[in-house]
Design a protein around this ligand. Structure first.
Ligand SMILES: N[C@@H](CCC(=O)N[C@@H](CS)C(=O)NCC(=O)O)C(=O)O
Length: 356
């Protein structure tokens, strides 16, 4: 890939990817997402004429239920999860699977952190975290999607929740998968405490939904809207929203241990997966560099608090996170050089135990 850029006011970036030439002007985009976003994220993004990043909706939205009324009954060892440790959305599902004690009954495969133009692939020899596809024997996650739907032409994303019994994808939307894990498998949780744990309790549902309604677009997806913006204006909008929302959460967390008070909920898991990546990748790589997360005392303490909560830290793999974004997203980091730091201590005392 060659990369040339010219300075404003006539800024033109010229990307040459697999013999595709794409000219990107500040206000006009003359090509499709596939041509303008080399390597990673080709499948997930769409660029409007303004160069704004818009995440595509996911396609599989079936539900697993405890009583089987949905057609997918919660059973031990029937369902399988495909993830990448780098992906914040997949990491939500890893965190809830862990908290609910479902590791033994929902099997797991981990794709390689390196995302190339063929999409996610299985590379069991990468390290002792990545695996083969032990269920479908595929080399690429794409093959799993095509097994579920031979006409599938959408994005090949993680996470994927697979049904071994009917041989299909149940769901590939993390927001829905974590709700399924939260309440439909209680019969199979490792301990009674994990069965009783409710991350989306009825009395807090409206509050959790309200948090999700602004934290998702402005923080979880907000950082991507900064990093994948293809012109100045959408970046400016997104980056202001990221820091406005971080300021807002910082204030909330100065009064409360977790977003809804002293009880950890789904809203915290969804926020955490972005915060734990913030200084590693979003600050530099995605240009969210007004402040580091560790400059916010409450957000930084809260991130460590959740990291240290009942095994959640085991679902975070900083090496996979850093390597994936930096080495795969060559449109942002053309030489694929993986930076050395920052070296953050997520295990340091957080001092939030006694907050209400
Ligand atoms: N809305 C989906 C988003 C999943 C998603 O976008 N995953 C990204 C990784 S962070 C992916 O798999 N991208 C593959 C690609 O861009 O080719 C969810 O929350 O599950």
């Amino acid at each position: 890939m060659r990369y040339l850029s010219f300075s404003p006011p006539y800024r033109i970036s010229l990307f040459v990817v697999a013999s595709t030439i794409d000219l990107l002007f500040p206000t006009t985009l003359y090509h499709t997402a596939a041509a303008t976003t080399s390597m990673a994220s080709v499948a997930t993004i769409d660029l409007t004429v303004k160069g704004e990043f818009v995440r595509k909706p996911t396609a599989f939205h079936n539900k697993i239920t405890a009583d089987g009324s949905s057609g997918f009954k919660a059973e031990a060892n029937r369902y399988h999860l495909y993830v990448c440790y780098a992906c914040p959305f997949a990491s939500r599902t890893l965190a809830v699977r862990k908290l609910k004690g479902l590791e033994k009954i929902i099997s797991l495969n981990v794709v390689d952190w390196f995302l190339d133009e063929g999409g996610w692939k299985f590379n069991p020899n990468r390290d002792d975290v990545t695996t083969a596809d032990t269920v479908n024997g595929s080399e690429r996650l794409r093959e799993v999607y095509l097994k579920a739907d031979s006409c599938y032409a959408g994005a090949i994303t993680v996470p994927v929740l697979w049904d071994k019994k009917t041989g299909t994808i149940v769901n590939n939307e993390s927001a829905e998968i974590i709700r399924i894990f939260n309440c439909e498998f209680n019969e199979f949780c490792a301990t009674p405490e994990q069965a009783a744990l409710d991350l989306y309790p009825q009395p807090l549902q409206a509050e959790i939904d309200e948090f999700n309604s602004w934290i998702y677009p402005t923080i979880n997806n907000g950082v991507y809207r900064c990093g994948f913006a293809k012109s100045q204006e959408p970046y400016n909008v997104a980056v202001h929203q990221v820091f406005e929302s971080l300021d807002r959460v910082e204030e909330i967390l100065s009064r409360k241990r977790y977003l809804c008070g002293n009880q950890l909920t789904e809203a915290d898991i969804r926020l955490f997966v972005t915060l734990v990546r913030f200084d590693q990748v979003y600050h530099g790589h995605f240009k969210c560099n007004k402040k580091c997360l560790r400059e916010y005392p409450n957000l930084w303490g809260y991130t460590r608090d959740i990291y240290q909560h009942r095994g959640i830290g085991e679902t975070v793999n900083i090496e996979h996170i850093r390597n994936c974004y930096m080495a795969s997203q060559l449109n942002i980091n053309p030489f694929g050089i993986i930076p050395i730091g920052p070296d953050l201590d997520f295990e340091a005392p957080h001092g939030r135990e006694n907050m209400k």
